[in-house]
Write a protein that binds this ligand. Structure first.
Ligand code: GLN
Length: 309
């Protein structure tokens, strides 16, 4: 097995030198201001060792990666009844697509595309004011990362609300099928704010540890979710975590992963490590271009694909 430090620094040096960095997202105007030259990578091994490279301690907008954490909370709140309102199949469509919602009667394909995550936000809102639900999500992520400096970037949330016409359309459309309990404005208030959580690669990799450790936080030994639930969340990340790029990510990288349009990816290799990578430029499917390439190189060098013995 090669030395992980050497692999990490080789990858970071190669990524820093690359010109083909993809395009930073502009439909959320605040995210369009991020410097595309940024690159960070953190690996949190299940034995407690943590390795970082590049801009691993700079906070970025985790966007859809937050959907892993809200799904975890919603399953804790209502258990498997969640699956009556959200499916578990890859969509084969972009994250903000509306076409399947008409054919499938307002039930989104999975909890990681926008409509699925909006339903999850609606579940977390039940019995709360939006502010309370947002606070609960933030505290959960801080708890997982064991770091109270994780914060919500309110400028990003406001920027997304101001231009979130598609998400309003998705929410209202699902409400017409009876699959949204609250007004779109309220549910999306929760959704926009959890997407606007800002974290560093280090914090994100640490927050994902429970998924690599049968649902336990290896630092404290405390159980976050059952081993079965951790396995299932990993399965959904593998099959749906990169939208219509999920098949290609599984093919090339071979680990569970969840991406966000801020350019981050959370990766999980059960029993081995959780990891976070950040490079703001995206590929055509809306996933970090260099982030995917970096994880492909890392998984190959370390023989971490979950499909090899
Ligand atoms: N893929 C993403 O990260 C999308 C999340 C973003 N907040 C949106 O709703 O469009």
């Amino acid at each position: 097995m090669p030395e992980i430090e050497a692999v990490l620094s080789d990858i970071a040096a190669e990524m820093a030198a690359r010109a083909d960095r993809g395009d930073v997202v502009t439909y959320i105007p605040q995210l369009g201001k991020v410097d595309p030259r940024k690159f960070g990578l953190t690996i949190a091994m299940v034995d407690g060792r943590v390795f970082c490279a590049g801009d691993a301690d700079e906070a970025f907008s985790i966007q859809s990666i937050s959907k892993v954490f809200t799904l975890t909370l919603a399953l804790g709140k209502i258990g498997d009844s969640l699956w009556q309102r959200v499916g578990r199949e890859p969509s084969g469509n972009p994250f903000n697509s509306i076409v399947q919602l008409e054919q499938e009667r307002g039930i989104p394909r999975n909890p990681f595309i926008n409509p699925g995550a909006i339903v999850v936000s609606d579940v977390l809102l039940a019995g709360h004011q939006p502010r309370e639900a947002i606070g609960e999500i933030l505290r959960f992520v801080q708890f997982l990362a064991d770091d109270e400096t994780v914060f919500i970037d309110h400028e990003v949330a406001a920027s997304e609300r101001a231009t979130g016409f598609r998400n309003f359309a998705l929410a209202n459309y699902m409400r017409s099928f009876g699959n949204l309990e609250h007004a779109a404005e309220l549910t999306l208030g929760v959704y926009f704010h959890h997407c606007a959580i800002a974290m560093t690669c280090r914090q994100l990799a640490l927050a994902g540890r429970f998924l690599a450790c049968d649902g336990r936080n290896p630092a404290t030994g405390h159980s976050v979710v059952s081993a079965e639930r951790a396995r299932r969340i990993n399965a959904l990340m593998l099959t749906c975590g990169h939208y219509d790029g999920s098949g290609d990510f599984a093919f090339r990288v071979g680990i569970s992963g969840k991406s966000g349009v801020g350019g981050g990816i959370l990766g999980v290799v059960p029993g081995v490590a959780s990891m976070a990578v950040w490079s703001p430029g995206l590929n055509a499917a809306g996933n970090s271009r260099l982030g995917s390439i970096a994880l492909e190189k890392l998984a190959k060098a370390m023989n971490w694909s979950i499909f090899s013995p």
